[in-house]
Design a protein around this ligand. Sequence first.
Ligand code: ADP
Ligand code: MG
Length: 354
Amino acid sequence: MAYLDISHLEKSFGVNHVVKDFSLPIEKGEFVSLLGPSGCGKTTVLRMVAGFESPDRGAIRLEGKDMVPLRPNQRNVGMVFQAYALFPNLTVAQNVGFGLRIAGVDSAESKARVAQMLDLIGLPMAEYGDRYPFQLSGGQQQRVALARALAPRPRVLLLDEPLSALDAKVRVRLRGEIREIQRQLGITTIFVTHDQEEALSISDRVVVMNAGIADQVGTPFEIYNRPATPFVASFVGTLTPFEARVLDPATGTVTSGGLTLNLGRPLPSQAGATVPIALRPEAVQLGRASGREIVLPATAHSVEFMGSVIRVRAEAAGQTFLLDTFNRPDSPPPQPGEPVEISFSGRDVIVIGA
Ligand code: ADP
Ligand code: MG
């Protein structure tokens, strides 16, 4: 059995069936994200693991032991929330030491551990220990919240959108720091976010949740490149969806909008079946490129300058294609209405659910 084994959780609030047959085995030291839109049940899953909600059905086992009957403080789980939940009237050191006092850790040990935690989060005791939360930036406050959750040495760390109240630059920096600290401690972690880039960038595995159901569980690479459902495909990243008809499943040959594409891999469908396929913008190239055997005359429509890449919406073969091309200072992007060529390879076509 997995280190933390969540199996067949069900939870309703009145008639609102919020979590549906949710199972997730997590290995020791793993960093797993729950990713999904607001209201899909992420926080409810986390709160059931923490013990703030009890499941209607299902089990949560830590090292084989059922946690459901245990109170939150008996579970050995640390939690960080979105809003800064620090005690405003306690200093940084007192906040971090809070759980240790509750747990009856003696004061010498507690002092040492608070100092160690503050070092870990880069807010050393000497400089920050006596400050109050209002004297800290948002990012610093979330670091302290993390230190407070980690100080009692929990076996599982739960993070509920801990970065979403921070501005973009701080958010990106802090997510890297959280991952680094998590690796150093080897602590098993569930991280909740509605931000797909955040989930993909820091997780060992991602669970994409849709209306209480885990639509797909996989590595970031799998989730992005082999989306299991149309929901996962549309929620994670950007793509252009197409309908295709299978010509030869053995060779992976399909037809879509008058184009014949060879996907370079067998398809689990029969000849004549319709399959949803899609292209990521980075799979389509402006102009010809080696290894991209499909070349189409196209018209650029909208051109969006995003900095490192330029996103072009182009019309070709009666269909719309999105493509990303890297910015180059010496070559300006095409103008809307300009005729262009686009190219891609059948091997880069995503088959949704295959
Ligand atoms: P997420 O974290 O993915 O945004 P939540 O788990 O917070 O989603 O909520 C899922 C659904 O459950 C929402 O419709 C929310 O209104 C409902 N819900 C959550 N907690 C409660 C509660 N204590 N009582 C009633 N409804 C709740
Ligand atoms: Mg939530």
